[in-house]
Design a protein around this ligand. Sequence first.
Ligand code: ADP
Ligand code: MG
Length: 237
Amino acid sequence: LSPLPEKSRIGRLPDGSFSRYAGVEKFSQLPLSKRTKDGLAESKYEKMTEIQRATLPHSLCGRDILGAAKTGSGKTLAFIIPVLEKLYRTRWGPEDGVGCIIMSPTRELAGQLFEVLKSVGRHHGFSAGLLIGGRKGVDTEKESVNELNILVCTPGRLLQHMDETPNFDCSQLQVLVLDEADRILDVGFKKELNAIISQLPKHRQTLLFSATQTKSVQDLARLSLKDPEYLSVHEQS
Ligand code: ADP
Ligand code: MG
């Protein structure tokens, strides 16, 4: 057996061992809850895409991830699955409040990934809410936002709730996801993101996904990533 080249971290755990799930191709072969497996099968997802194969063995172990793969490569499931599994494994219940926040730079993208979450998460009992500006009055949201387990939101609307909603509580947050992370980390969101991050607990799992790899050490420090896995996939096309 020859060791993998130093650069290839895919499938390798921090202690140098290899994840037994590194080579698997189907969702059904991963150590997922039956609820998630059924949701995936009923949503007609069977084989993993490359970015899913590369990241899931790590993200399912609770590790921080920086995942890069081009648009259309299946990044959404690469974070929705670990979000569902984390809450499932910790037996998250209605009274536990906000367990996961998934941020997206635009309302449209947030809406799309909310649909995927609802479809794949259909057998879980978690409550999820789409918090994006405009759509509905923020006042209506304020009444229910504290009962949600999974928030899918744009940075602006999340910060609005942090600032205005009485008793809005993210202190038990388990997983933070930044979809299209390069866009959220861009200057346009800088103030909002900093204000949000400062109100989130540091002890959490953080998953960053984008079409391009974020390499800025400053950005990563801002997000307090812990020994993240850099996983970049460039499929031949
Ligand atoms: P990205 O966020 O990387 O642009 P998406 O997560 O939006 O990509 O996925 C792109 C398309 O691929 C979607 O239509 C999605 O339903 C489909 N897709 C994602 N994962 C799989 C999979 N494992 N098997 C089949 N189709 C998939
Ligand atoms: Mg996407």
